[in-house]
Design a protein around this ligand. Structure first.
Ligand code: IPM
Ligand code: MG
Length: 360
């Protein structure tokens, strides 16, 4: 073996284990083809970790992740854990992982595939050719800012507080990642903020303008978040790369994902500077179809492709996985979420087999 990578697998909850099985199979296959060795280690997160250890992110899991080359995550959460106090909810596992690995940059591509254009809720002429990369800041902003909590005032009334904070350093490091990505794509970067109201956003905008001087070949524009939300559904084509804070990015990346019509197709990457990245589908754990062989494993496979491309610097292996996905779609294989008239309905496992066949 020329190369050997240690990958932590966090299958999590719901459909997580089923789609992870498919991703591991295709990774092994592409590894054999390109002489890349993978050593997979499984660890617990989310509801599965709560049931086994009482916490959504056991210390052991974070340790295993830290010592690996990359982390492939499937999905977390489910109805049975929804009523737990907030510090014990499965989502906390995800937030803890982001903080623990200092994954400040979250890349969420939303690309319309010609084979699935009819799945989009928008008209063909509006979405044809859409190819957007949302770069979301992931370890700062209102998700982590202090003070936070529910406090009692002098009158005994409760007061809920979260704080949107960004330092110049935090803005600059996400800004540089985004400019760099824009440079490798369509050379257009749109920074989204709420600078007409929020001071923190004014600082964000000022820093982005400053940073633009380091990237003279990238065209920088700005939109307020409400306008950006509107433009994304009105006329999304001009968007290339979007950079925004944690909360706005959470919302806009879901909106951008919906343009493609199937959230079951979309991967994401979360990157830091020195520690391993985490690669996961944008969709959730879909507890309603878990264990029924109905899940779409494609977002998980494309997350594995992002892991190869951005985490392990193995672009050829990444290309092969992405090509295999296009091939199975061209061969008309569809899981329930992307099914349309005249196509061949398959389950998660059969989609996995079709992907292996497409890989050759
Ligand atoms: C996401 C999710 C998470 C977030 C939740 C599950 C904590 O919505 O990854 O976009 O808000 O970041
Ligand atoms: Mg979200």
């Amino acid at each position: 073996m020329t190369k050997q990578y240690c990958i932590t697998l966090l299958s999590g909850d719901g459909i997580g284990p089923e789609i992870m099985t498919v991703a591991v199979a295709v990774l092994k296959r592409v590894g054999e083809q390109l002489d890349i060795g993978f050593e997979f280690k499984e660890a617990l997160i989310g509801g599965a970790a709560i049931d086994a250890t009482g916490e959504p992110l056991p210390a052991e899991t974070l340790e295993i992740c830290k010592t690996s080359d990359a982390v492939l995550l499937a999905a977390i959460g489910g109805y049975q854990w929804d009523t737990l106090p907030s510090h014990l909810r499965p989502e906390r596992g995800l937030l803890g992982l982001r903080a623990g690995l200092e994954l400040f940059a979250n890349l969420r591509p939303a690309k319309i595939l010609p084979q699935l254009i009819n799945a989009s809720p928008l008209k063909r002429e509006v979405v044809e050719g859409v190819d957007i990369m949302v770069v979301r800041e992931l370890t700062g902003g209102i998700y982590f800012g202090q003070p936070k909590g529910v406090f009692e005032t002098e009158t005994g009334e409760k007061r809920g507080v979260n704080t949107m904070v960004y330092t110049e350093g935090e803005i600059d490091r996400i800004g540089r990642v985004a400019f760099d990505i824009a440079r490798k794509r369509g050379k257009k970067l749109c920074s989204v903020d709420k600078a007409n109201v929020l001071e923190v956003s004014q600082l964000w905008r000022d820093r982005m303008i400053q940073l633009a001087q380091e990237f003279p070949d990238v065209e920088l524009s700005h939109l307020y978040v409400d306008n950006a939300a509107m433009q994304l559904v009105r006329y999304p084509k001009p968007f290339d790369t979007i950079v925004t804070g944690n909360l706005f990015g959470d919302i806009l990346s879901d909106e951008a994902a919906m343009l493609t019509g199937s959230i079951g197709m979309l991967p994401s990457a979360s990157l830091g500077t020195s520690k391993p990245g985490v690669f996961e589908p944008v969709h959730g754990s879909a507890p309603d179809i878990a264990g029924q062989d109905k899940a779409n494993p494609i977002a998980q496979v494309l997350s594995a492709a992002m892991m190869l491309r951005y985490g392990l610097d193995e672009p050829e292996a990444a290309d092969r996985l992405e090509q295999a996905v296009l091939k199975v779609l061209d061969a008309d294989y569809r899981t329930g979420d992307i099914m349309s008239l005249g196509m061949k309905l398959v389950g998660c496992q059969a989609m996995g087999e079709a992907l292996l066949e497409a890989l050759g």
